[in-house]
Design a protein around this ligand. Structure first.
Ligand SMILES: C[S@@+](CC[C@H](N)C(=O)[O-])C[C@H]1O[C@@H](n2cnc3c(N)ncnc32)[C@H](O)[C@@H]1O
Length: 196
């Protein structure tokens, strides 16, 4: 048996991301991951961050693949993947951190707003949000390759695209979160961490 739809990008970025999560998730007990994809991040971070529980999630169409891949982990701090669509209401789930990678350029801007609306009721002291992916700053791309990537995304679907950091930061601030760290990551990505 092998990982289905193995992502080389996840393998490349998991260690740089881990270094940052180790710092900011130190006092976190339950991480809800949105759009877990192949589960490579979920299995690795549950293994490495053994003081917390990791809850991977996916939209229902992709849940089977995520569940199959998570079976490779024997960790009891990795919860069975569950179905979660950002557009639905899931704020009743108890969690004290959110992690999501490479989703904000896939979901429409209204979906990012829905994400923060669902975060809001859980956002208490110590809460953390960590978002990985490419961003623009003051309308400027961080690399030529991100310009090409953004163009490609928009030809796939006009609602997709690299987001402005300022737009996402405003949504975070609107639910009471403050930016703690903006880390430059490999391949022209960022890891943004907000907290309360
Ligand atoms: C580019 S993939 C990233 C997957 C993984 N996080 C990674 O870094 O490899 C984007 C993910 O967002 C998920 N997604 C798309 N629409 C979603 C929605 N409405 N709610 C939750 N997840 C969604 C997709 O199913 C997909 O797994």
């Amino acid at each position: 048996m092998e990982i289905k739809e193995f992502s080389q990008a996840c393998e490349n970025n998991k260690n740089p991301i881990l270094g940052v999560l180790k710092k900011h998730f130190l006092n976190v007990s339950l991480v809800l991951e949105v759009g877990s994809g192949t589960g490579q991040h979920a299995t690795y971070f549950a293994d490495q961050l053994d003081w917390l529980v990791w809850q991977p999630t996916e939209v229902s169409e992709r849940l089977g693949l995520l569940r199959d891949n998570c079976k490779f982990s024997a960790r009891n701090n990795l919860r069975s993947p569950s179905s979660l669509d950002i557009f639905e209401s899931w704020s009743q789930i108890q969690f004290d951190a959110i992690f999501t990678a490479n989703t904000l350029h896939i979901i429409p801007v209204s979906g990012i707003k829905a994400l923060f609306s669902n975060i809001a009721p859980n956002a208490a002291s110590g809460f953390r949000v960590a978002i990985y992916g490419p961003f623009k700053y003051n309308g400027q791309y961080t690399s030529e390759s991100n310009i090409a990537f953004d163009n490609w995304l928009r030809t796939q679907n006009p609602n997709r695209g690299i987001r402005d950091f300022e737009t996402v930061d405003k949504m975070a601030q609107d639910v009471g979160l403050n930016l703690i760290e903006d880390c430059k990551m490999p391949a022209n990505n960022q890891l943004l961490v907000w907290g309360l």
